[in-house]
Design a protein around this ligand. Structure first.
Ligand SMILES: [Fe+2]
Ligand SMILES: [Fe+2]
Length: 314
């Protein structure tokens, strides 16, 4: 019998040496719970995130744009699947996680509760939303939980394709008609602030950050990542020729970073509370898809059972 102390020491040592924890390792309950919650919320965000852009697949303006958008939305489904699998290695049950999502007990990223009103939104989501996701997720490739960190490596590679396709779409539109340029600007105006909210509440208002950093689940604070995103995006907006809707946005030579205006945290909280423009619609759509897919799950289970019986007989 191994003493619990040895197990705890192994856990601490693994973190100190910056190595990965694996499913076979002993994990403190708090770590396991936090990790399951984070991975589940991430998985839910990938799956719910298919909806706003999926909305434009049938109306994409060309075959090329349609093929790109289809590939992107399918990638997001794949991301959700890797992540649910990573959560299962911690003992979570996927059916239970889906139940939690459709009953509103588990969250997903606030950004997907905003509507996609024009095709320029597809470009702006790729540029800003996938761009913010990359800032958040690249450090997670070094997260302390092995299956999560490894899933993140492939996800990040695909996210950079998403970011590029969005930016390329916007570049094309900016070289188009005045109406197209206006569409890009209008979509940027709507998505800029919600993108900054994707990094979560300010550090002073983020009670779990300290523990998550100690466990090396998280590598940077919300405000650090938000600043990195702003610094990376401002020159991209300039190259594109759009204005970011923040009069306080300015380079601060002393800090070596861009200063930016106050985020409307009241809006953020309302969206998290379920009162964003599309919360009900998103969750309802996911519930319907889950119910409509029941026959596939039943058929797969019946098929697997039949196989097992046959093998046993053989
Ligand atoms: Fe994704
Ligand atoms: Fe993406």
């Amino acid at each position: 019998m191994t003493e619990p102390n040895d197990l705890e020491r192994h856990f601490e040592h693994t973190l100190e040496k910056d190595q990965r924890l694996e499913p076979r390792d002993w994990l403190p309950d708090g770590y396991r719970k936090t990790m399951i919650r984070q991975i589940a919320q991430h998985a839910h965000s990938e799956i719910i995130g298919m909806q706003p852009e999926g909305n434009w697949i049938t109306r994409a303006p060309s075959l090329r744009r349609k093929a790109i958008l289809l590939a992107k939305v399918q990638d997001e489904a794949g991301h959700g699947l890797y992540l649910y699998s990573a959560a299962e290695t911690l003992g979570a049950d996927r059916t239970d996680l889906t139940e939690r999502l459709i009953s509103g007990r588990q969250k997903y990223s606030s950004i997907f509760n905003y509507p996609t009103l024009t095709f320029a939104d597809v470009g702006v989501i790729g540029w800003l939303v996938d761009g913010a996701a990359i800032c958040n997720q690249v450090p997670l490739c070094r997260s302390s939980y092995g299956p999560y960190a490894r899933a993140m490596i492939r996800i990040c590679k695909e996210e950079s394709f998403h970011q590029r396709q969005g930016y390329e779409l916007l570049m094309t539109m900016m070289r188009g008609t005045p109406e197209q340029r206006e569409m890009v600007q209008e979509a940027t105006d709507r998505y800029w602030w919600p993108s900054l909210m994707m990094f979560g509440p300010p550090d002073g208002d983020s009670p779990n950050t300290e523990q998550s950093m100690a466990w090396k689940i998280k590598r940077h604070t919300n405000d650090e990542l938000r600043q990195r995103f702003v610094d990376m995006t401002v020159p991209q907006a300039e190259a594109l020729g759009v204005t970011l809707p923040d009069p306080e946005l300015a380079w601060n030579p002393e800090r070596g970073h861009y200063d930016f205006g106050e985020i409307d945290w009241g809006e953020f909280k309302e969206v998290l509370r379920g009162n964003g423009p599309c919360n009900t619609q998103r969750v309802e759509c996911r519930r319907r898809a889950h119910e409509d897919g029941a026959w596939v799950r039943e058929a797969a289970t019946a098929h697997a059972a039949k196989h097992t019986t046959r093998e046993a007989a053989a």
